[in-house]
Design a protein around this ligand. Structure first.
Ligand SMILES: [Zn+2]
Ligand SMILES: [Zn+2]
Ligand SMILES: [Zn+2]
Length: 256
């Protein structure tokens, strides 16, 4: 069956602090290159009329305004760290626009943490000033608006994170290791978006070199490094990347 084109847009390419970092005077934080200004990490998937968020980053409101986003049909959560979920309350606006609740997909442990951290959202009694969400537990591949979504379990230090494969794209944020079983689910990719935080070692994120090496093992055709810190200068550091690898920037959009 011929599928409609699928577009992935990087809404935020930054690490948890965003870039510039509050109070930092480094050359990247002071840079006027818009590709060095990074909102918190998330992405938008679009096919047909559907708009699906991967995470509700802290900066969701600004991202939605920038991209004139007028609908969110579902959210795929990777994990429950603050930078990936703190925009959850802004989903209210999309409920108001559609008049419908929004299904949120995540692993059982992610949904549990969300319900704990944002208990007001999930409490039946609080009508009105809360997003109307319906949680859907993800264990294996599932269908969403006519497309197969394959969740992939990754390691984020000692935590687990869900990456998502959709067709020949995969979005793998916040990871420091991809277990062998997951690698088998990530073959034949035309686009791999992968965590490549910075150049120095980090206990819970791939470095740029580690991400490049993992992408080589997976043999992905085009590789986009995301969740970038202020150690990465887009223009200066792009020079040292292999030809098929690039840094993400806010607004980067790829259609397959
Ligand atoms: Zn993160
Ligand atoms: Zn800085
Ligand atoms: Zn994280």
């Amino acid at each position: 069956m011929a599928e409609e084109p699928l577009t992935l847009t990087i809404l935020g390419s930054g690490t948890s602090s965003g870039v510039p970092v509050i109070g930092c005077d480094c050359s990247v934080c002071a840079s006027h290159d818009s590709r060095n200004r990074r909102l918190r990490c998330s992405a938008l998937l679009a096919w047909g009329e559907y708009r699906v968020l991967i995470d509700t980053a802290t900066d969701l409101r600004e991202q939605a305004l920038t991209h004139e986003l007028k609908r969110v049909d579902a959210v795929l959560y990777t994990h429950c760290h603050a930078d990936h979920v703190n925009g959850i309350d802004d989903l209210r606006c999309f409920n108001a626009l559609s008049g419908k609740d929004i299904p949120i997909y995540g692993a059982s442990w992610v949904l549990e943490q969300l319900k704990h951290n944002f208990s007001y959202v999930f409490r039946e009694q609080t009508r009105g000033f809360r997003p109307q969400l319906r949680s859907v537990e993800v264990s294996g591949a599932f269908e969403l608006f006519g497309r197969e979504i394959v969740p992939v379990v990754l390691h984020h230090g000692h935590d687990k994170v869900i990456g998502y494969r959709i067709g020949r794209m995969a979005y793998l944020t916040d990871c420091s290791e991809i277990p062998v079983a997951a690698r088998e689910q990530l073959c034949d990719l035309d686009l791999l978006v992968i965590d490549g935080l910075r150049f120095r070692h980090h206990p819970t994120h791939f470095t740029v070199d580690e991400a490049v090496e993992m992408a080589r093992l997976l043999q992905a055709k085009r590789v986009v490094l995301t969740h970038l810190s202020h150690d990465v200068d887009y223009e200066r550091d792009s020079l040292q990347l292999p030809e098929h690898v690039e840094f993400a920037y806010d607004g980067l959009s790829v259609t397959l």
